[in-house]
Design a protein around this ligand. Sequence first.
Ligand code: ATP
Ligand code: MG
Length: 392
Amino acid sequence: MERPTLNMIPPHTAWLSDAGVKAVCTAVSAEGTPVYMVGGCVRDAILGINGSDVDMATPATPQEVCRLAEAAGLKVVPTGLDHGTVTVVAGGTGFEVTTFRKDVATDGRRAVVAFSKDILDDARRRDFTLNALYATQDGQIVDPLGGLQDCLARRIRFIESAEQRIREDYLRILRFFRFHAWYANPSDGFDPDALAAIAANTDGLARLSAERVGQEICRLLAAPEPTRALASMRQTGVLPVLLPGSDTTLVGPVVHLEAELGFEPDWRLRLAALGGDAVPDRLRLRNRDAKTLARLAEVMRDMMPEPEVAYRHGFQMAAHTLIMRAALAQKSVDRTALTALKKASDAQLPVSAKDFMQRFTGKALGAHLKSVEKQWIASGFRLTREELMKLA
Ligand code: ATP
Ligand code: MG
């Protein structure tokens, strides 16, 4: 694999040659003010990951950014003028351009900010060293805080004092574990200062909205291997506060089985494995996700056989049921079981109410059809139409 040199963005990075990025940078820097890519897109480029949103930072004020962009014929949306952010549209994409800022006051979630001309101010108000990296449009990395070494080593470290960073914004606790799950070297542990500061500040988590907690936890659970981050969230007391009643025991086995069977990570399955009280409310889940979780819990509780789950609720629900049960029983799963479930999910009852209308009416008709369907499922979907018609 190609290693980035220590001061340049890898040349194959998509945004380096993106016409929209170029147009915005050219416009904002037309009078000599610098503009930088910042945060996730720089971090991801250094780690060889493409596809992240490109955010920009500049010492130019929002008014100046608007004027310069409009002078270049670009559309400007004043997304968050007070916070210093304007969206500049180029090549059909909106780019958030944010004026360098420093925090003046913080309340544990939102900050009052002042604009700054100093990139160091802007870097110091960010969360982790690997998120405080900047790059020019031609790919020069600008590293005000020494985050590049951490990024290359996949180390998640709070900028300066972990304790202070957390008290400024408790969401950073969740971002710490999410970035750890996604980016950290699997063989590396957690930064001990960070863990100590987190454990000492779990009270502040109560200030976070259910939406933000939900977004972060779901994104964390979607990481290929979230097990260690979750275990650490439990040990530091974060999980008991956010998801009382949850238990991390099953997550590892479920993640393992999911990968072994060739499935993409599914955060809902991992969340089902984690469990907890009133999870949809605490994480403000979307209705259809809450329904999926409730259904999985229901078929587990009712001990519905997996082929029946496949027939009634589809292949994925059946596969998830299979995985949960295998994890609970500490067993492995035979891939051939999936073939049977796929077949069951496609099975169609070869009779309908119409076929029994001569013999039954009203409630009795419904009951008979149900009983026929039950026997058909019990036969492994094998009973033929003729056989089903003859059932008493
Ligand atoms: P991703 O988009 O993959 O979640 P990201 O790093 O781009 O990763 P964003 O939430 O898009 O994350 O934020 C962009 C940048 O803004 C971050 O890289 C970081 O520098 C800064 N940032 C975002 N949220 C916070 C926060 N809560 N505290 C401090 N800095 C933050
Ligand atoms: Mg981002």
